[in-house]
Write a protein that binds this ligand. Structure first.
Ligand SMILES: Cc1cc2nc3c(=O)[nH]c(=O)nc-3n(C[C@H](O)[C@H](O)[C@H](O)COP(=O)(O)O)c2cc1C
Length: 177
């Protein structure tokens, strides 16, 4: 599959996963794709923890309320450090966003489905902090996102997206040429 066809095929998958475990080499390949992403001034502010141990996974998913990705055989947690790239400019959000998208695409290439779970775990109830404690994440790192990884049981569905012509133009905003 070409990069563009993988990009077009990727969907946020929120259905059930098959119980098959994800081989370590696949998890590592997805994580390597994440760490290969660009980062502002190459500060590499993003770190990752894959969880495939059944007990740790159960504890981790157990603190997510309401539950998501409950049947995932593995997840990748995304950590960030707010290091300034230069002066007072911190690109940590951009850095981990690029890493996440790379991982979502790598997962599709390897036959898995995933979803970018950030809003759900970083809300005022700070589920992310409970997850970080379970994973022994030290101070200075924030757990900001969780990506389930597994083989989908259902067909992923595509959300409606606005037409290209309403969001992208050539040479001038709103141009019809
Ligand atoms: C920053 C960010 C946070 C997100 N957080 C969540 C989330 O907490 N729960 C969820 O189900 N989807 C979450 N998503 C996935 C979006 O809902 C999804 O990308 C969007 O609906 C478009 O669907 P698509 O990914 O299939 O194109 C998040 C996506 C982004 C970029």
């Amino acid at each position: 599959m070409s990069a563009i066809s993988i990009i077009e095929k990727r969907r946020s998958y929120r259905g059930r996963f098959k119980p098959q475990p994800v081989p370590r080499e696949h998890l590592a390949a997805i994580m390597r794709a994440g760490l290969a992403a660009p980062s502002g001034c190459n500060k590499q502010t993003t770190s990752l923890i894959a969880v495939d141990d059944k007990d740790i996974l159960a504890r981790l998913l157990g603190v997510i309320d309401p539950p998501v990705a409950a049947t995932a055989p593995a997840v990748i947690c995304v950590l960030t450090r707010r290091i300034n790239a230069y002066r007072d400019r911190c690109f940590a959000v951009q850095d981990y966003s690029a890493a996440i998208e790379n991982m979502l695409l790598a997962a599709v290439e390897l036959g898995y489905q995933s979803c970018w779970y950030e809003g759900h775990i970083t809300d005022t109830d700070r589920i992310c902090d409970k997850m970080a404690a379970i994973l022994n994440v030290p101070g200075g790192y924030d757990l900001v996102c969780m990506l389930p990884v597994g083989i989908a049981e259902d067909e992923p569905t595509a959300p409606k997206k606005q037409p290209f012509e309403e969001r992208a133009w050539f040479n001038s905003f709103g141009s019809k040429d």
